[in-house]
Write a new protein. Structure first.
Length: 234
């Protein structure tokens, strides 16, 4: 019995949808960036309220805080995520001769990192400070590099699985892992008091924008010969 697969979306439909998603994400990202840069008082007040509450929880729950530090510093660290993308790129070249997909993945991750660092330097937003910190972080706060990197890497890998087709159990597992990773890394950064809530939301939005733009680029090229011949990831 053939294994049911998650087929790639019809190219014309996807090509019509991507510009709309990219435009909406770009607008939302630009709006949030402007509010943060202008230090819009309602947003600053909300960030402060969320930070005060979560920091109090973090101090009161040292065991949970320690577990979150392990997750954010090792499992969901940006360099861990980039290594996952690099390993996936090697696999694409080695097992499927999918050189375009591998290059697309690596270049997109590299450009996302450059954009993230440029925005941090441009906005130069201070991180939360505490008399009793439970964790520390370097560089400017906006956007959250952890949230943006996780969104980019997970989004790109999900797109590759969806575009080339895979069996449903693997697809559902991948979606679940991606959702937990992207959501979890953002929440842990707020809990540990090293990011404002809007830093994390900004990272999610910018990461999703990068994925949408990269998907648009990918849809405009023909599939690799090995992909077309094989139709499903194995």
């Amino acid at each position: 019995m053939p294994i049911p697969s998650v087929e790639s979306p019809p190219r014309p439909r996807a090509e019509r949808a991507v510009p709309g998603w990219a435009g909406s994400l770009a607008l939302a990202s630009a709006l949030l960036l402007a509010l943060v840069a202008l230090r819009w008082h309602p947003l600053m007040a909300l960030d402060g309220s969320v930070a005060d509450t979560t920091h109090r929880w973090a101090v009161d729950e040292p065991g949970l805080t320690h577990a979150f530090r392990i997750l954010t510093d090792w499992v969901w660290d940006p360099w861990t995520m980039r290594c996952v993308a690099f390993v996936a790129a090697i696999w694409l070249v080695w097992r499927r001769a999918a050189r375009w997909a591998a290059m697309w993945l690596v270049v997109t991750c590299a450009l996302a990192t450059l954009a993230q660092q440029a925005l941090k330097a441009a906005v130069d937003r201070p991180r939360p400070t505490w008399p009793d910190p439970v964790d520390s972080a370097h560089y400017a706060a906006y956007p959250s590099g952890h949230a943006m990197t996780a969104t980019v890497v997970c989004g790109l890998l999900l797109w590759l699985l969806h575009r080339h087709g895979t069996d449903r159990p693997l697809w559902r597992t991948a979606v679940a892992v991606a959702a937990v990773s992207v959501t979890g890394v953002g929440l842990t950064r707020i809990w540990l008091g090293v990011h404002w809530a809007s830093d994390v939301v900004g990272g999610w939005l910018l990461g999703a924008l990068v994925v949408a733009l990269a998907v648009g680029v990918d849809l405009r090229r023909p599939r690799d010969r090995a992909d077309a011949a094989d139709g499903a990831l194995s």
